[in-house]
Write a protein that binds this ligand. Structure first.
Ligand SMILES: [Zn+2]
Length: 320
C-alpha cells in the first residue's frame, strides 16, 4: 500500500492555439489579452490563476455525482454566497459566535467550501483553499498574438441580427456592418503550476482538529476535477475561441511526509530535472513525468487510489 498523500504539485507545459481564454478587459471595441511581466523584465501572455481555480471548482461541481455534498450556495454553483448560509447563521447564533464550531459546520456541510475555501465575516472565519493555482504563463520565446476583426451584421430588409466573422466588415448579400470589434487570438506554450494539499482536507484551522468529513471522498473529487480541467481547456470566449489544445507534458510531484512538495516553475527548461534533484536531497518526495494527456490522467488515477495524509495534531481544543 502506497503512503498517504500530503501534498501534490502539478507542473506542466500545455500548448494552446488560437485561444482568448482570459482578457484584461475591453476598452471601446478592443479586448486586451492578459499580459504579465517576468523577473527578467520580459512580458508574456497569461491566463490568471483565478480563472483556472474557478474552472477547477466548476469541474468539482460537475463531476461530483451526489450534489448533496455541497452547501445550498455551492449546490447551485455560487460559492461566493456560501458565507451567507442560513444554517451557519443559526449555528453562529446558538454558539454565540464560536468560530471553531461554525467552521466545523461549514466544513462538514460542504465539500466545495472545504476544498476551495471561503471568507466568512461576523465572526470573521477565513478558510484558505486546499487547491492553489498560479498564472498560466506563456514561455516568452513561444507565444504569438494577433487581433482579429469581428463584425456583427444586420441583414438588410429582414431586420435579423446575427453574428458573423469577417476581416473587412462586409458580407455576401450586401449586409451592413452594425458593429466592429477586435478580439485577441493567442497561441503559445504555457507553464502551469498547481498545488493540492490533501492533508488540509477537513482540517479546522481555528482549533487544529479534523472535522467529521469523508476526507477520502473529497480528495477523490478534487483529483477528478483536475482530470476534467486538463482534459478540455476552458475559460473565456470559448464559444468562438475554443482553444486548439495540442499537447501537455510535465511532472506530478508528491510529498508523502509532512513537508511541502517542491514546485519549480515550468518556465525553466530544467524544471523536471530540478524536481528529480530535489528528490535526492529530500525524504518523502516522489515524482512521475508525463508527456501526454492520457499519461497525466493515468498518473492522477493512480493517485486517487491513495489516501489523504492525516496530520498528528495536539489535543483537541488547544486554542480554545
Ligand atoms: Zn459551499
Amino acid at each position: 500500500m502506497s503512503a498517504p498523500l500530503f501534498e501534490i504539485a502539478i507542473l506542466a507545459r500545455a500548448t494552446w492555439n488560437l485561444h482568448s481564454l482570459n482578457n484584461e478587459g475591453t476598452v471601446g471595441n478592443v479586448s486586451e489579452p492578459r499580459t504579465v511581466v517576468l523577473a527578467d523584465g520580459r512580458k508574456s501572455d497569461a491566463v490568471s490563476g483565478e480563472m483556472l481555480k474557478h474552472i477547477h471548482a466548476q469541474n468539482l461541481w460537475l463531476t461530483a455525482l451526489d450534489k448533496s455534498i455541497f452547501c445550498e450556495s455551492c449546490r447551485v454553483l455560487q460559492p461566493q454566497r456560501a458565507d451567507k448560509s442560513a444554517d451557519l447563521d443559526d449555528i453562529a447564533k446558538k454558539t454565540k459566535g464560536d468560530a471553531a464550531r461554525i467552521l466545523d459546520a461549514a466544513l462538514e456541510g460542504c465539500a466545495m467550501c472545504d476544498l476551495h475555501g471561503f471568507l466568512r465575516t461576523k465572526p470573521s472565519i477565513p478558510r484558505s483553499s486546499t487547491i492553489e493555482f498560479g498564472w498560466a504563463v506563456a514561455l516568452p520565446e513561444h507565444f504569438h498574438r494577433d487581433h482579429h476583426i469581428h463584425a456583427r451584421h444586420v441583414v438588410e430588409g429582414r431586420g435579423v441580427e446575427r453574428n458573423s466573422v469577417s476581416e473587412d466588415g462586409e458580407e455576401a448579400g450586401g449586409a451592413a456592418a452594425q458593429m466592429v470589434y477586435h478580439r485577441p487570438t493567442r497561441s503559445g506554450q504555457y507553464a502551469l503550476v498547481s498545488v493540492f494539499q490533501p492533508w488540509r482536507i477537513g482540517l479546522n484551522e481555528v482549533v487544529y482538529r479534523y472535522a467529521e468529513v469523508d476526507r477520502l471522498v473529497r480528495f477523490r473529487i478534487g483529483i477528478e476535477a483536475y482530470k476534467a480541467l486538463f482534459t478540455r481547456t476552458d475559460g473565456a470566449m470559448t464559444s468562438t475561441h475554443l482553444p486548439h489544445t495540442e499537447g501537455i507534458e510535465g511532472i506530478v510531484v508528491i510529498s508523502n511526509s509532512n513537508f511541502p512538495a517542491p514546485a519549480p516553475s515550468p518556465l525553466s527548461e530544467s524544471y523536471r530535472e530540478d524536481v528529480v534533484a530535489a528528490q535526492r536531497v529530500l525524504t518523502g518526495i516522489e515524482s512521475v513525468s508525463f508527456d501526454s494527456l492520457p499519461q497525466l490522467l493515468g498518473v492522477l488515477d493512480e493517485m486517487a487510489k491513495r489516501e489523504p495524509f492525516t496530520l498528528e495534531l495536539p489535543k483537541e481544543g488547544r486554542r480554545k
